[in-house]
Design a protein around this ligand. Structure first.
Ligand code: SF4
Length: 269
């Protein structure tokens, strides 16, 4: 039995009662914590012991998220090596330079070699490489619909929605609450563009994660005793152009980058 590939695989094994016996507020938070290696799966007394032992036999040390992504890179590279770049460029909204494919990810050019290795002027994280290679392999090339939908309304959004909210929308809202320049950073560093909000948000910025994968970050400022709020919408074609796990990975990686940039702008740090 292989090790877990993501926190959702752990979450599906938990009873979902949020009983807190593991000393973590919710089963979802526990799944994320266990996947990162911050909690032991044995801290949940309700997890099937036989199943647990099977996983432990094959995975004595729980993989961190980054390690997990690193391990999935080689098979993805092999698959990319079978793809003809010139005939795939239009499908991907990319261009070809010499023998390399050039794809814009968050406003920056990433070059992919025929062997699947990825290079860029900026640091290339696994959270970028895995979705980028998946995009090259599986993007259907569907033209954007121009219609926005909540992440959880995607085909697999019901199961991934809670994790997306916990790992992306909530932490991003916290950053937006404490760093009012977050949206300026999105515009100036990540080529974000202000857009009219279809759901009446105070601030609404579109980010082009990949050529055929935009997201819309919608933020409501706190007002009259009401808390702020943040929701992320995706183009309704999103899941046809990139699988939902890769969309999730890209968004969480992006949020971590925002957090680092925001920290470096923090006047108290
Ligand atoms: S002990 Fe298990 S069931 Fe209870 S909150 Fe933690 S993970 Fe969920």
């Amino acid at each position: 039995m292989p090790a877990f590939k993501n926190a959702m695989e752990i979450f599906k094994l938990l009873p979902g009662t949020n009983c807190r016996k593991c000393l973590v507020p919710t089963c979802l938070a526990f799944a994320v914590s266990a996947f990162k290696g911050d909690s032991s799966l044995r801290d949940c007394p309700y997890l099937d012991r036989t199943l647990l032992e099977q996983y432990e036999a094959h995975s004595p040390n729980w993989m961190t998220m980054e390690q997990g992504y690193q391990e999935s890179l080689e098979p993805l590279k092999r698959e990319v090596a079978t793809i003809d770049f010139p005939s795939s460029a239009e499908r991907l909204g990319a261009s070809v330079s010499g023998d390399r494919l050039v794809i814009n990810l968050l406003g920056r050019g990433f070059q992919v070699s025929p062997d699947g290795s990825v290079a860029s002027a900026c640091h290339v994280h696994a959270w970028v490489t895995v979705p980028l290679l998946n995009y090259i392999i599986s993007c259907a090339g569907r033209a954007l619909s121009g219609k926005w939908a909540p992440f959880r309304e995607l085909r697999d959004g019901v199961s991934w929605g809670p994790l997306f909210e916990d790992q992306f929308e909530i932490p991003l809202k916290r950053i937006a609450d404490s760093h009012t320049d977050l949206f300026e950073i999105m515009i100036q560093i990540f080529n974000g563009r202000p857009e009219p909000s279809p759901i009446g948000a105070d601030i609404s910025i579109a980010l082009q994660l990949l050529p055929r994968l935009p997201i819309l970050i919608c933020y409501w400022k706190p007002e009259d005793g009401l808390e702020s709020s943040l929701k992320v919408l995706v183009d309704t074609t999103a899941e046809e152009n990139l699988n939902i796990e890769s969309i999730f990975i890209l968004c969480v990686g992006l949020m971590r980058m925002f957090a680092k940039i925001a920290d470096s702008h923090d006047p108290t740090s």
